[in-house]
Write a protein that binds this ligand. Structure first.
Ligand code: UDP
Length: 326
């Protein structure tokens, strides 16, 4: 099956595109490289263009049977500062893509969604049927596309899966691709940048949360386990599975301090750190209840926190990363 991977030069999209290829699919990456990286296109069938380029998009859609849509901005704080950028790119451009997909008669659509659609959870682990009440523009933009998919599926028969990611982490085991954001804000890469001496200390945002060690708990999920879920979701839809949303996390949470310990264990270096005030909008604990994905997609994440940290560490020492970082 031929699959258009929008945002396929980005972090999760690039890992998914490679695993699609390794699993016998024919991925076609569509990316404007505004956030994505040229190194992710090496060896891949790709189109460098903007989703707003209607001609390029229509031509690309004629070549495929399914779409996986990763091309979106994903910074929570940035979405608060610049919501227009987020509604324009994630909603306006996302809807244009969706309409082009309908016009092209494509039947399968996989959406990169997020646990940010839930807002502060009333129950942890978070069940899939938790009401969606996002508290930041990023979550609201993803929810808007989820709503559109639900309506278009009912009205037009589009088959979709909305995949709500928890905390993506790690890198491909090959060391060829991995995470590289500018600026980097995420915990694991920030901790590894500190371990490598590129940052003087890791800031720990809050140590007075109502958690066992006082720091926030998150459900970290290896990027290749996420990638595999996309492939399983496509197979599920193709086999007649009903359109649905899925939580993609392991179901186990780790605190910031537990991540720090994992980073020290993997790198063998002590991590200079400083407790800072809480970061605005951080809920104390976000943990997935992934049972829906386990059951319907037969998805079982196989990599643990140590794997995520060590693959990320290996990636951050690779020539590709070091070259792209400069
Ligand atoms: N965090 C931290 N220091 C950092 C980056 C993140 O203490 O330099 C904390 C953050 O407050 C949150 C957790 O680590 O509790 C995960 O944050 P990240 O930005 O990686 O992902 P998010 O949960 O915001 O999507």
């Amino acid at each position: 099956m031929r699959v258009l991977v929008t945002g396929g030069a980005g972090y999760i999209g690039s890992h998914t595109a490679r695993r699609l290829k390794a699993s016998g699919f024919q991925p076609v990456i569509f990316d404007n490289l505004s956030v994505g990286h040229a190194f992710a296109l090496v060896g891949m069938d790709s189109i460098v263009a903007d989703l707003a380029d209607r001609d390029a998009l229509s031509a690309a859609l004629r070549r495929v049977d399914a779409v996986m849509h990763f091309a979106a901005f994903s910074g929570v704080s940035e979405s608060v500062r610049d919501p227009r950028k987020y509604f324009h790119n994630n909603v306006q451009t996302g809807l244009s893509l969706l309409h082009a997909v309908l016009d092209a008669g494509i039947r399968y659509f996989i959406l990169s969604s997020t646990c940010a659609v839930y807002g502060p959870p009333s129950r942890v682990p978070i069940p899939i049927d938790t009401p969606r009440l996002p508290i930041n523009p990023y979550g609201a933009t993803k929810l808007a596309l989820e709503h559109a998919l639900e309506a278009y599926s009912a009205a037009h028969g589009l088959q979709y899966a909305s995949l709500r990611y928890f905390n993506a982490a790690g890198a491909d085991e090959s060391g060829a691709i991995g995470e590289l954001h500018r600026p980097e804000t995420h915990l694991i890469p920030n901790a590894l940048l500190t371990a490598s001496g590129q940052r003087s200390e890791l800031q720990i945002f809050g140590s007075d949360y109502p958690t066992p060690d006082g720091t926030c708990i998150r459900d970290y999920i290896h990027v290749n386990d996420l990638a595999d879920a996309h492939i399983l979701a496509l197979r599920y839809l193709h086999n007649g599975g009903e359109s649905a949303a899925f939580n993609l996390g392991t179901g186990t949470g780790y605190s910031v301090l537990e991540v720090v310990q994992a980073v020290e264990a993997v790198t063998g270096r002590p991590l200079p750190r400083r407790v800072c005030p809480r970061r605005a909008g951080d809920p104390p604990a976000l943990i997935a209840d992934p049972s829906h994905a386990n059951k319907l997609l037969q998805w079982k994440p196989s990599r643990n926190l140590r794997d995520m940290v060590s693959n990320a560490w290996q990636w951050m020492q690779s020539p590709t990363y070091l070259k792209a970082q400069t």
